[in-house]
Every structure is written in structure tokens, then in C-alpha cells.
Design a protein around this ligand. Structure first.
Ligand code: NAG
Length: 159
């Protein structure tokens, strides 16, 4: 399989995995958000689902402990928020990592780029810059360029 094919499979897997996790009662489901998170994952770590940590950023979404706390400290099944290592165990496990991102994006959802909508581009900015400084320009960052290319292909796939 070529790289694009492999990426597509990863994106779809992530979408399915996280959609599965989303089907909790009362939660709004959105395939668009899941695909968006696939592009964020791709831009963050090449969506490396086995990535551990670098300089305090862990898992495929490179989530810091503060980000995890602000996301409400989700945990893997059977774990507890206050147990030592709960943060690392969550953010290095794909389902829990995606749940962390989803909660963080929901908490800080805002129109960072000023285009009048809260959309995937805003989510990519919020994930990288944090919820309090997402209006900072990111156009020159490698992260944003990879995200942009992925987002463009997603838009072509979904119309
Ligand atoms: C994913 O990350 C691990 C740990 O850093 C690394 O050993 C592995 O080569 C990476 N995989 C890919 C596909 O980049």
C-alpha cells in the first residue's frame, strides 16, 4: 500500500474508532469532526498510534498534561483520574487520546480564524495553539501545512 493509501486507512480507522466511542447517549455524533481529528492526528505525529512522548507531549496527538486536565482528565476503562500515570495511559491509547481531543475542542470551540464559522480549521488551530491563543497565525508551520493538505483531501472525499 502506498503512503496515501495507508494514511487513508488510518484516517478511516480513527474515524470508526472514535465514532464508536462517541455513541454514548446524549452525545452528538459528527463524522465530520472525526475526520477533522484524523487530519489533526496526521499533522501532529503523522498519526503514529504507537508514539510515546517527547518533551512532555504524549501519544498520537502530542497531548500535554495540562491539555488533558483541561479536557476533563479522561481515563482508559478501569483506570481512575487520580491514579499515577492515568494521563499517559489515556493519551497514548488511541480511543482515550481522541476522546481527550474531542473534549478539549468542545471546551474551547471558537472562531479562531474569523471566517464566521467554527470549523475544522479552527479545531486544528485550537489543538496546536491551545484554546486561549488560537488566533495566532500558523500558516508557516509544518503542522498547519500538513493539516491543510489533509483537510483538502477530506473535503474532496466528503463533498
Ligand atoms: C512511531 O513512533 C515510534 C516511537 O517514537 C517509532 O519508533 C516509530 O518508528 C514510529 N512509527 C512511524 C510509522 O513513524
Amino acid at each position: 500500500m502506498d503512503q496515501t493509501g495507508a494514511r487513508y486507512v488510518l484516517l478511516v480507522l480513527l474515524a470508526v474508532a472514535t465514532t464508536w466511542g462517541l455513541l454514548a447517549p446524549g452525545r452528538q455524533n459528527s463524522l465530520g469532526l472525526e475526520l477533522c481529528m484524523g487530519c489533526i492526528c496526521e499533522a501532529t505525529s503523522n498519526c503514529n498510534l504507537t508514539f510515546h512522548c517527547t518533551r512532555g507531549f504524549c501519544g498520537p496527538f502530542l497531548i500535554s498534561q495540562l491539555y488533558w486536565k483541561e479536557a476533563g482528565r479522561p481515563v482508559i476503562p478501569g483506570d481512575h483520574q487520580n491514579k499515577k500515570g492515568a494521563y499517559i495511559r489515556c493519551v497514548t491509547e488511541p480511543y482515550c487520546a481522541a476522546a481527550t481531543v474531542r473534549h478539549y475542542l468542545a471546551r474551547y470551540a471558537q472562531d479562531c480564524n474569523g471566517n464566521g464559522n467554527i470549523d475544522c480549521d479552527d479545531f486544528a488551530r485550537i489543538h496546536y495553539m491551545g484554546g486561549r491563543q488560537c488566533t495566532i497565525s500558523m500558516e508557516n508551520l509544518g503542522y498547519y501545512q500538513v493539516f491543510g493538505a489533509c483537510h483538502k483531501s477530506i473535503r474532496q472525499l466528503t463533498g
